[in-house]
Ligand binder design. Structure first.
Ligand code: ZN
Length: 136
């Protein structure tokens, strides 16, 4: 079951170049910065609760976000929805023909995540994040 939109991921070359806009001009508080080794990405989370903005800065050129930047430039990278059970949700979606891009894995803040293949979802990369361990 989908709970709600959790965050929007935005691919950036350098988070420090985009912070003056999101933090200083829009006034979104800088919640935290975290490196996610499994995705070779450094994330900067702005705002609190539902609808946060997650700036994604690659730590390696040959990484998912590094390739995204090379092919499409900076911009919206993914939408993330919170789900009750990641495994049950993935099984249900896969039974309907949707493919996972990679498997279920560790995301930020110790939560479990999975991505749906954008080709199956009209070009939108969808991240699913299990609600367990997420701050309300
Ligand atoms: Zn995300």
């Amino acid at each position: 079951m989908i709970r709600r939109l959790d965050h929007v991921g935005v691919a950036v070359r350098k988070a420090s170049q985009r912070l003056p806009f999101y933090r200083d001009l829009l006034g979104l508080p800088l919640a935290k910065t975290e490196e996610v080794p499994s995705e070779q990405v450094r994330i900067t989370i702005l705002g609190e609760g539902p609808g946060r903005v997650e700036l994604l800065e690659p730590t390696a050129e040959d990484s998912p976000v590094g390739r995204f930047l090379r092919e499409r430039g900076e911009g919206i990278h993914h939408l993330c929805f919170l789900v009750d059970s990641l495994e049950a949700t993935c099984e249900r979606l896969q039974a309907s023909g949707y493919r996972l891009a990679g498997g279920i894995r560790a995301g930020s803040e110790g939560t479990l995540i999975a991505f749906l293949h954008p080709k199956d979802v009209g070009g939108v990369l969808i991240e699913l994040r299990e609600v367990k361990g997420v701050q309300p």
